[in-house]
Design a binder for this molecule. Structure first.
Ligand code: ATP
Ligand code: MG
Length: 485
């Protein structure tokens, strides 16, 4: 019983159809076989009856039946003909002696011939010669004619039902079974797939079979279910991914903060220690020349200035990271900022001065934070002056669309080594540490520039100019300007 339950849907359906179709065949055979047999008997009877009737006609025409029997061809080779008087007495028999035959009135075929005009009977043991016969009797006006053929094996074969219809039935059933096998297999396959899907869904596994279900009712229901499941899984996946991303971001933030704190500590150490030494010397009571005192105080001032700038930078970066909302936006003309930079360069001492070449053929207005945009240009200019050892600064507008502008900032100095280029924007990264610190640099300038660019929806890259010098390419998003403003 268990094995039946374990059978696949396809097999069960197929076996059921097989059972149905073969029972139909069996029922048909059971019904048709006796009919067929009866038909055979009837047609044999009909042949003998025809012969009987001819004989009756001969008798009624007053002709000699003996002559007729002797002269005419019989329907069967071994035909026994008996003529019986209405009283049941046998008056003629072509194979047996008359005195050996008793009254035939109660023989079944004779009885029905008397009653209904004709009758037949099979297989009775003849008292006369001990053989089985097929008897067919017909009533005439003067006598009853009975013809009989021995019930031999050939006759039996003749009377056998014709089985050719059975072969046709079997053939049709076989074809039907094969067809049933394939149609149920198709149906069963889909049910099995749906079952597999349900199994996988239960275990929470993904079900990414590319092949969709066929285009029938079951198929479309299945497709719907699979789609719903896929959507549901996608939602879970998205949620997990979003969660993971949020966690990663959170951890990254924590890591960056920790790095920042470490770096700040490191950067604070030198100026704080120097200030400490200067102040200790000043307070120690050692007599110092006025010049020396002045120098120590100036050194304190320089270091303090460095500390102040460092704190300013750190707080700017933190502000940018923590809350963009705190940074206000306004309409800014980049052309104006460039003019200011040019003015500032003018007043620099001769040895530090660089010439600014601008290629800004149009007004560029963006909506952004003035101090951040200013710090982009300021930091790049300061760096060019401090480290490039070049004479010229080039600022060009590469492209300016309704949504974005692309700006290039270059100097014609020494540039930096290729491998250092992508580390340039890291916090506290300095190419030539000694020289940079000497110039008061903390290594935060380009980190601030990058943040400021990103705050304005842009990107920044650094490269070496083919002609020598450093090149910065950056973009700034220009949120659409409200015409009413
Ligand atoms: P801060 O800007 O915070 O005062 P900093 O100038 O040292 O410090 P960044 O502005 O980030 O820091 O610059 C990083 C390093 O990149 C500098 O220390 C310098 O070595 C190198 N650098 C920056 N700009 C140029 C340039 N135009 N030419 C050559 N080297 C440069
Ligand atoms: Mg700098």
């Amino acid at each position: 019983m268990g094995s039946v339950i374990n059978l696949s849907y396809h097999k069960r359906l197929f076996l059921m159809l097989l059972g149905f179709s073969w029972s139909i065949v069996l029922c048909f055979v059971a019904f048709q076989y006796p009919r067929e047999k009866q038909y055979k008997l009837n047609s044999l009877n009909l042949k003998l009856q025809m012969y009987n009737r001819h004989l009756i006609e001969v008798m009624e025409d007053g002709l000699s039946y003996e002559e007729y029997i002797a002269a005419h061809k019989k329907p069967f080779e071994e035909l026994r003909i008996t003529i019986i008087a209405p009283s049941g007495v046998v008056i003629y028999d072509n194979t047996l002696a008359l005195d050996s035959l008793d009254n035939h009135l109660n023989r079944p075929e004779i009885a029905s011939a008397i009653k209904e005009g004709a009758g037949y009977h099979v297989g009775r043991q003849s008292t006369s010669d001990g053989r089985d016969y097929f008897y067919s009797a017909t009533r005439g006006n003067q006598a009853i004619i009975r013809s009989a053929i021995p019930y031999s094996s050939t006759l039996q074969e003749l009377l056998m039902a014709d089985w050719s219809f059975l072969w046709v039935m079997i053939l049709i059933s076989l074809v039907m079974s094969i067809l049933a096998y394939f149609t149920t297999r198709r149906l069963g396959k889909n049910i099995e797939r749906l079952n597999r899907f349900a199994d996988k869904a239960k275990k929470g596994e993904s079900f990414d079979e590319e092949e969709p279900f066929p285009n029938d009712e079951l198929g479309s229901i299945s497709n719907h279910i699979v789609q719903l499941y896929a959507q549901w899984q996608q939602t879970i996946k998205d949620r997990d991914q979003a969660h993971e991303a949020a966690m990663r971001e959170e951890q990254e933030k924590i890591l960056i903060k920790r790095q920042l704190t470490n770096n700040i500590n490191h950067e604070l150490k030198t100026p704080v220690a120097s200030i400490q030494v200067c102040l200790e010397t000043l307070l120690s009571g050692i007599s110092l020349s006025e010049e020396k005192r002045q120098e120590l105080i100036e050194r304190c001032y320089t270091h303090n200035e460095r500390l102040r700038r460092l704190l300013g930078d750190v707080s700017l970066i933190t502000r940018m990271e923590d809350g963009n909302a705190l940074i206000s936006k306004e309409r800014i003309s980049l052309n104006e900022i460039l003019t200011e930079i040019a003015d500032e360069l003018e007043i620099l001492p001769e040895n530090e001065r660089m010439t600014l070449h601008t290629k800004f053929d149009q007004q560029v207005i963006i909506e952004g934070n003035l101090s951040l945009i200013g710090s982009i240009f300021q930091n790049l200019t300061d760096n060019a002056i401090a480290y490039s050892e070049g004479k010229n600064i080039y600022i060009s507008l590469i492209s300016n669309t309704a949504t974005e502008c692309h700006i290039r900032f270059e100097d014609d100095g020494c540039g930096i080594e290729e491998k250092q280029l992508n580390r340039l924007f890291e916090r506290f990264y300095r190419v030539d540490k000694g020289r940079s610190r000497q110039k008061g640099g903390t290594g935060l300038g380009l980190a601030i520039v990058k943040h400021a660019v990103q705050f304005h929806g842009g990107t920044i890259t650094a490269s070496n100019r083919p002609e020598g010098g450093l090149r910065f390419d950056f973009t700034l998003q220009k949120p659409p300007i409200d015409p009413d403003l």
